[in-house]
Design a protein around this ligand. Structure first.
Ligand SMILES: *Cc1c(COP(=O)(O)O)cnc(C)c1O
Length: 447
């Protein structure tokens, strides 16, 4: 099936007991056993079935299947938040003394996890100087257990060269882990370019309505864990925490998710509730339609901001002169995502005035909602970072991030126009009346 169809049908046929067409919400903590032997077979992973919702749940299982199919992966594990997914994905390949090599521009909380939390657990993250493969390769050593990037970075909108990063990672016998939250598999499937593990915040475009937190870890099923058993003994050595199970023997190609579920989900317990899985499935049904409109509106907003003299700069990979446009052509069909950053003329104070004057566009820290959203990273998502860390993450004091929603684009542009006027009262603009400019935009049609 194609992605639009998977989004609607993937992982589900009518419920076997009731023939319900909508995925039922199995709001249960546990499942009864037929007998002691049946229970033992389930715990031995010899029989298929459910034991306890911290391990797996039938509603969540549909979501897991659907997300795996959308990404072109083998299996997925869905968890409570995107952050839990990042934590599990990295934890599943590391041990005391391991390191991960990461690109520098990351989602704020992922950066915090990598720079400050994991090191206390004996896992260090080495941030490369840039996104480029040679910068990553320079930091890989015998203790490296993975390369990490965001396919499209939040908030900077930088596009990573997944194919080049996968080559470097594989040359050194480690997997490439890609956070694909921003483009979604509708725009980009990292596994097609060699990524081994894909993580998601389902909270964003996948769920799409800003109602439900969720995360996913997807395994391509391609990484040869046994071949690199010296680096990854956890997959091919008996696991004392799970009656000496050998994951590569038991789960074969699905060893990564098998272990992630049996060890991380079972012990860390960042479980997605069945109701949340249902809500995320509802959202996913329209992900292809929504992303199309998000991208279309994003292009219009980027063009509007760029042409406006009250705006100093716009970072948008859809522009031909963007440093990421070559990669956007390769990975995103030349399109930018609906997430972009820009700077209002007048620095920090003007950015604040702009932000406070928004009416339609919501002031909050989220992305990928049907609603247009704006955030000021320096005072929120990236606040815990030093100035230098912020700069490396692509955030300056005046940077504003906008996640363009699916409203009518004229309403979004009018709100931005109004906020820009409030932000820059001294800029001699409008030279033509606002109404005339609005008509002109209508006339110009597509950008
Ligand atoms: C939001 C986000 C996360 C974290 O997801 P939560 O669901 O908020 O925990 C991780 N990575 C990226 C790129 C994000 O945008």
């Amino acid at each position: 099936m194609r992605r639009e169809t998977i989004a609607v049908h993937g992982g589900y046929e009518d419920d076997p007991t009731t023939k319900a067409v909508a995925v039922p919400i199995y709001q249960t903590a546990a499942y009864s056993f037929e007998s002691a032997d049946h229970a033992a077979a389930l715990f031995n992973l010899e029989a298929e079935g459910f034991r306890y919702t911290r391990i797996s749940n039938p509603t969540t299982a549909v979501l897991e299947r659907r997300v795996a199919e959308l990404e072109g992966g083998l299996e997925a594990l869905c968890v409570a938040t995107g952050q839990a997914a990042v934590n599990y994905a990295v934890g599943n390949v590391t041990q005391l003394g391991s390191n991960i090599v990461s690109v520098p521009q990351l989602y704020g909380t992922t950066h915090t996890l990598f720079a400050h939390v994991l090191p206390n657990q004996g896992v260090t993250v080495r941030f490369a100087e840039s996104d480029e493969a040679h910068a990553i390769e320079a930091l890989i050593d015998d203790n490296t257990r993975g390369v990490y990037c965001e396919s499209v970075g939040n908030p900077a909108g930088n596009v990573c060269d997944i194919e080049a990063l996968a080559q470097v990672a594989h040359k050194h016998g480690v997997p490439l882990i890609v956070d694909n939250t921003v483009p979604t598999p509708i725009l980009l499937r990292p596994i097609e370019y060699g990524a081994d593990i894909v993580v998601h915040s389902l909270t964003k475009f996948m769920g799409g309505h800003g109602t439900t937190l969720g995360g996913a870890v997807v395994d391509a099923g391609n990484f040869p864990w046994e071949k690199h058993a010296d680096r990854f003994p956890m997959f091919s050595q008996p696991d004392a925490s799970y009656h000496h199970l050998v994951y590569t023997e038991h789960f074969k190609r699905a060893a990564y998710i098998g272990r992630c579920r049996s060890v991380y989900q079972r012990t860390a317990g960042a479980v997605l509730s069945p109701l949340s899985s249902f809500l995320l499935l509802q959202g996913l049904e329209t992900v292809a339609l929504r992303v199309e409109r998000h991208v279309e509106n994003g292009a219009r907003v980027a063009q509007f901001l760029r042409e406006d003299p009250r705006v100093e700069w716009v970072n948008y990979a859809g522009f031909e002169d963007s440093p990421w446009h070559g990669l956007a052509r390769k990975y995103l069909d030349g399109q930018g995502c609906s997430l972009m950053t820009f700077g209002v003329r007048g620095g920090y104070e003007a950015a604040k005035r702009f932000y406070d004057a928004l009416e339609l566009v919501k002031r909050l820290v989220n992305i990928g909602d049907a609603k247009s959203l704006a955030c000021h990273p320096a005072s929120t998502t990236h606040r815990q970072m030093s100035g230098e860390e912020q700069r490396k993450a692509g955030v300056t004091p005046e940077t504003l991030r906008i996640s363009v929603g699916i409203e009518h684009f004229e309403d979004i542009l009018e709100d931005l126009d109004r906020a820009l006027a409030a932000a820059t009262p001294t800029v001699k603009w409008p030279p033509i009346h606002a109404e005339a400019r609005r008509k002109k935009r209508h006339f110009d049609g597509n950008v």
